[in-house]
Each structure stands twice: as C-alpha cells, then as structure tokens.
Write a protein that binds this ligand. Structure first.
Ligand code: FBP
Length: 549
C-alpha cells in the first residue's frame, strides 16, 4: 500500500466516532443498572452452583439512562486473549472512554501478551496518545495477545497480587469461550477471597462460536466473514471469466462452520461443506470426496470445468473415521515418535505408526495422500497432539477428487484445481462499521459493569438487528452460559460452544439453494467492506445475524 493510501486509511480509522446505544451516550454518570430476576445456568445447575457459590445466580443486567451513584475514578486492567479479531482495539477504546467519562483520573492498564501478562504483572498504562493511535484499527498489537490458560491456583494468587498492587477496580478479559470461562473462574476466586476487583469478560472470536440466546454474535465475525466473502467473490469472478480452474478455498474457524456458512450465503459458491452436517450424517472421507466429485462431474457435463468449493478448517475433526485416527495417533506417537522421525521414507513412517493403530485407522491412514500423512505424523503441538488446523484439507480434497475423477466414465480431460486458505487475511482487518460500533459498545458496557462493582459478568449488547440506537447494553452472568463438559478426562464447567444449527434458518436457506448454486454461476460479489455511503450498505449486518441463526 502506498504511503498516502496507508495514511488515508489510518486517518479514516482514527477519525471515526463509533456509535453507542442510547443508554450509554451520556457517559458513566448517566447510566443506571436495571437488574432482572436471579438466573440459572443453561444446564447442570447443581454442579455449576457448587463450583461458583459466590457468583452463581446473579441477575441479568440492563443499562438505562439515569443518575448513577458512586461515580468515581476507576482503575481497569485489560487483557486480550487468543486469536486476533477485528474490533479488539475498539473494546479497549470503549473501556477507556467509558472510565474517563466517569473521571479523567481513571486509568487503563493494558496487560502485555495476553493472560500471561496479567499473571506476571507486565503492563503499559494506556494514555490518550496510545489510545488515539489505535482507535478503529484492526489487530491486537496495542498490547499483544496470548493463549495462556488461567486455571491454576498459583496464577489466581498472582492475579490477586497484581490487582491489589495496582489498585484495580476491574479486570476485563477479551476472549473466546475458554477465556471467558477462565474469567468467570477468576471472578469466583476473587470474590471467594474477598478481593474487591470485578472480573468481566467480552465476547470475541472470528469463529462465531461464542453465541447463544443472550450473546447474538461475538465481535470480529462480521469483519472476518465480509473480508473472506470479498476475496471469494473476486475468485468466483475470475473462475467465471477464465472458466478453467476449480478453486478449493479453506476458511478459518477452528471447529464450527459459521464462517463457511456465512460466506456461502454472501457469495453462493458451487460447493460448501458444513462440518456439522458431515458429522450428523456420519460421512466418511470417501463420501465427502464423492459428493464434491458429483458436482465437478455434473458441471463438466455441462461444459463447465470450473467452480468454487468452500472447505471449513475444522472439517477433518468432524469426519468420524478421521477423528478416531487423530485420537489414536495422539496416543500412538507418544511411544514411537523418535522412530517415526528417524525413518527416512514416508512409507516406513506409516508402517511404524500403523502397528500401534487399530486396523480401521491404519487403513484410513494408508489411503491418505503422502503429504497429508506427513502432516499428521510430524506437525505436533507442544502437548504432542496432531495440529489439526495445519492439515491442508483443501489440498487433500483436490488430490482425492482428482483420483476419483480418473475412475469416473462421465469425466474426460484434466481436472485443474487451485487451493487457497483464508484466515489471517481477515483476523486483523480494519473492523467493519458494525464491529467498530459493537466492540466499542461492549467495552463501554464493561466499564459500566466495573463502575457498578459487578463481577462474573460478560459484557453483552443485544437487539443487534435493530440499529445501534436501539441496541440494548448490559451484562450477563457468565455462569449462566455454562454447562459441564468432559475435558482431558475431567468434568469441567465451560461455556457451551455454538456449532452450526442444522435446524436453524441460516443453514436451511443454504440447504434449500445449494443444488441450484452447484450447477449455476449464481455467484455474488460482495466487494470490499464499505465504510462510507448509504447506511444499508455500510452498516449491513451478516446474513447469519439477519436470519437470526
Ligand atoms: P480464538 O478462538 O482464540 O478466537 O481463535 C480463533 C482462530 O482464529 C481459529 O479460527 C484458528 O483455528 C486459530 O485461531 C488459529 O490460531 P493460531 O494463529 O494461534 O494458530
């Protein structure tokens, strides 16, 4: 990008004044909390209550315009946790402007490098200059992010020290389902130990899987999906111009397919796999390949040897036989990792590990292309697990479809396919107007929760389809979103992850149209995110949110 364009974008970003719901517009001194009835967790009430005795059952809170009591300077610590999502800087500017509206003596401390920075007490104080430089920009680079889990007593004790030393009124953890679960556990620990410092969360993730009845969407999803959809539209137009390539596009989203489904609704590709459906139908890898090949073959019969296929990042973990293979490999490699690494040829590596697998998994492994076998055997995370997100599913499917086409009589000639992976292209984009406003309102709401000494809450802004002036700001007790799940052999309280609802309106709309989209070039070309212009374009929400899914 040229210097001038970069400067222009920067000034657009910093000059934009995010919109706030009516209840927050006059600042913290003019916001009061309307508390609802006591709440229950969505499931496993007795167990969750026993694990969160001090914070369980708090009411849902809605903010209204009114005369606030006890308006005072606030010291708030903020942490960015997990993968980047557009809008993170606006949550911080929302908190900043919120606490400064109460008093110019308020302070915001940004803990560096994620939750680890909180435990270690490493922070910078955010001042006007720093804040103004990052308003409405993408990325988490203002303070950095990290994936340290807050779950040990030693870490909690360290956090108490940091909170006391810095006289913190609140700590705001901006993260996904796991980070918000950790925030709730930390809130409970603080309260049980009489530490007067609120701990509140903010719902973030481009994956879109932190949503439920109370949280309509996490911030970041809107911008990431629009960024990928713009790129997919460009590729679709190229495919329809050149008419010679199939494009297999893998889309980020660790497990759920919300991004894939949203992009399909925005661009109408020829194929879009939905991991949740693959699992529900208990499909094998061969069946998934066969389904794609059917479309490739049918289009070729109509003289169209090109198309667009969207592949969710999490797909392999939803194919039952692959899931079993990965689980068995995680155990098997513990005993023979060195031997596998030493073997020079891939066939030898496969043979060594196969001795430790069931016959079914050994057969699945041996049918995979060599490159994928290598990724499964060598790309391991620090815990020794296969790094599923690094598996190049899009290449795997291209290779397998090509092989299957060789055996099909209805297909002649070459199958030319290109692969793409869209993930990092969207995680740090400038936030769309929706994400800029929404994240700012979430941050401002977190400041209201801090002002009112509310802890164990997740900042929540709802009624998102109705335009910012009608958004409803407030907070939801985080324990209300929890159930008990088995994690690493133990029962743990966690926020339920939202997968694509196969009965929901977004999936139904896709399912009703996909056969038509498979054969036609019904492509839509959404284009780049538009910041200025008619509100119905600039402030447009995602199809998922519109359809209420
Ligand atoms: P969060 O769940 O922390 O929001 O991160 C989501 C994500 O962007 C996934 O879509 C992706 O699989 C993952 O992060 C990649 O993370 P990393 O770059 O740390 O490997």
């Amino acid at each position: 990008m040229s210097q001038t364009r970069s400067k222009l974008c920067h000034s657009r970003a910093t000059d934009y004044q995010p919109k706030l719901p009516v209840s927050l517009r006059e600042g913290l001194a003019k916001v009061v909390v309307e508390a609802g009835e006591p709440t229950e967790s969505i499931a496993d009430q007795d167990k969750i209550k026993a694990l969160f005795p001090s914070t369980y059952g708090a009411p849902v809170a809605k903010f209204k315009v009114g005369e606030a009591k006890d308006v005072r300077p606030l010291n708030v610590g903020v942490v960015l946790s997990g993968g980047q999502a557009p809008g993170g800087h606006n949550v911080i500017s929302g908190i900043y402007d919120g606490v400064k509206s109460a008093s110019q003596d308020s302070r915001v401390l940004g803990f560096l490098g994620g939750p680890g920075g909180l435990v270690d007490g490493k922070f910078i104080e955010i001042d006007d200059d720093i804040m103004d430089n990052y308003r409405n920009s993408g990325g988490f680079d203002i303070i950095g992010s990290g994936r340290t889990k807050l779950e040990d007593e030693d870490q909690f004790k360290a956090c108490i020290e940091v909170a006391k030393t810095n006289n913190l009124d609140a700590i705001v953890i901006i993260g996904g389902d796991d980070s918000n679960t950790n925030a709730a556990v930390l809130a409970e620990y603080f309260k049980a130990n009489n530490v007067v410092c609120s701990v509140v969360g903010c719902p973030k993730t481009i994956d879109g899987d932190l949503k439920n009845k109370y949280i309509e969407t996490p911030f970041g999803f809107d911008t990431a999906a629009k960024t990928y959809a713009a790129l997919i539209g460009n590729i679709a137009r190229d495919a329809n111009s050149a008419k010679k390539y199939w494009h297999f596009i893998k889309l980020m989203g660790r497990s759920a397919t919300h991004i894939g489904l949203e992009c399909a609704l925005q661009t109408q590709p020829n194929v879009c796999l939905i991991s949740e459906e693959v699992e529900a139908k208990q499909m094998t890898l061969a069946q998934v390949v066969s389904e794609i090949t059917d479309v490739v073959e049918a289009r070729a019969k109509n003289g169209k040897k090109f198309g667009i296929a969207l592949i969710p990042e999490g797909l392999v973990e939803f194919i039952p036989e692959m899931k079993t293979l990965i689980r068995e490999l995680n155990d098997a490699l513990v005993g023979c990792e060195a031997e596998v690494e030493k073997a020079a040829k891939i066939e030898d590596k496969v043979e060594i590990v196969s001795k430790h697998l069931t016959a079914q998994s050994a057969a699945v492994l041996s049918d995979l292309p060599a490159g994928i076998q290598l990724q499964l055997l060598l790309d391991r995370d620090p815990h020794g697990n296969v790094q599923v997100s690094l598996i190049e599913t899009e290449k795997l499917l291209i290779e397998m479809v090509a092989k299957e086409l060789e055996n099909r009589e209805g297909y002649s000639g070459k199958f030319k396919a290109l692969n793409h992976f869209f993930g990092y292209e969207g995680r740090c984009a400038h936030p769309s107007n929706f994400d800029a406003d929404y994240a700012y309102a979430l941050g401002f709401s977190a400041a209201v929760l801090a002002q009112n000494k509310m802890t164990g809450y997740i900042s929540a802004v709802s009624n998102l389809k109705a335009g910012v002036e009608n958004w409803v700001a407030g907070g939801i007790p985080t324990s209300m979103l929890m159930n008990i799940e088995r994690r690493h052999g133990e029962d743990k309280p966690v926020i339920q992850k939202a997968l694509v609802d196969l009965e929901g309106p977004a999936f139904k709309k896709f399912a009703e149209n996909r056969e038509k989209w498979a054969m036609e070039e019904a492509y839509l070309y959404p284009g780049a995110i538009q910041y200025f212009g008619p509100s119905e374009i600039c402030d447009a929400i995602t199809e998922t949110l519109k359809l209420g899914a």
